[in-house]
Design a protein around this ligand. Sequence first.
Ligand code: ASP
Length: 337
Amino acid sequence: MKKILLLSTGGTIASVPSGEGLAPGLTGEKLLEGLSRPDIPFEVHCRELMNLDSSNLQPEHWSRMAEAVFSALPLCDGVVISHGTDTMAYTAAALSFMLQNLNKPVILTGSQLPMDAPESDGPKNLSDALACAADGRLHGVYIVFDGLVIRGVNARKTDTRKRHAFESVNAAPAGRLEKGRLFLNGEPKPPTGLPLTLNANVSPGVLLMKLTPGASPALLEAAPGLGFRAVLLEAFGLGGIPGLDRSLLPSIRSLSEQGIPVAVTSQCAFGDCDLSVYDVGVQAAKAGALCAGPMLTETAIVKLSWILGQTKDYRTMVRLFLENLAGEFDKNNENPI
Ligand code: ASP
């Protein structure tokens, strides 16, 4: 019989009224009592890693999750992580970089309403996540939510309240679940065959700056003094960055020369960043800006944090950022599994 490990970390799915708003309180065993399809044909073991609202999760918690998955995988067929929805996409991206050569599935799920609440989406989401983990075809990190299977590096929370809370951005969903059956959107790529590796070091020293018309370069200039070691600019459209009034270009150049990588994503909800189309992108690239292509802001900031945990060498940071490590640079029409 297949064995699945449920790592519980908190979130709304595990929440109960606290008198001061919802707060996580339910154990993994308690979550399992509420499954929408309790007659599962596999064993589920529970381990509580933490019981936090995901707004309280820090990069160190991603490392703890990755370490727990790494030590559990040789002993089970897949891992499900119950998690708050608010920062689930960041954790999914982090696990995608920290755990390389996965040949088994790591599935994150949660819910918009507590497991115990009437009409909760928790029972279905958790049942679906367990079904995906036990299915045997998937390997890698995915979010399973409201019937969608989304690759970890493509997931974004797009709605604060609806059951349909996540979208797959810049890639088709990997699959969908209907009445507990998994339908994949293509043939899964074969696992690399290399041993699973754990690189769980991560650093929080990344500054994210969303550009607005009139944005001052002062924040960028202050970044090194404030201890930031990498910068992510969420720029306009395809990656436009002001280069006339309040030009950001001298700051980008100076940061790059100081060994601080400056990467660029788009603030559009969908679509890639391409610094080669407009002069306002070309000049930024000439100043040293690194184009994140189809990477979501969530994925790019996590990738930079992970890179800071791997090396201090600027050239290695640039090489790692531009390398397709977990499918984050895959083109829209490529197989999302
Ligand atoms: N605040 C909750 C969390 O992220 C929201 C949720 O789980 O839906 O932990």
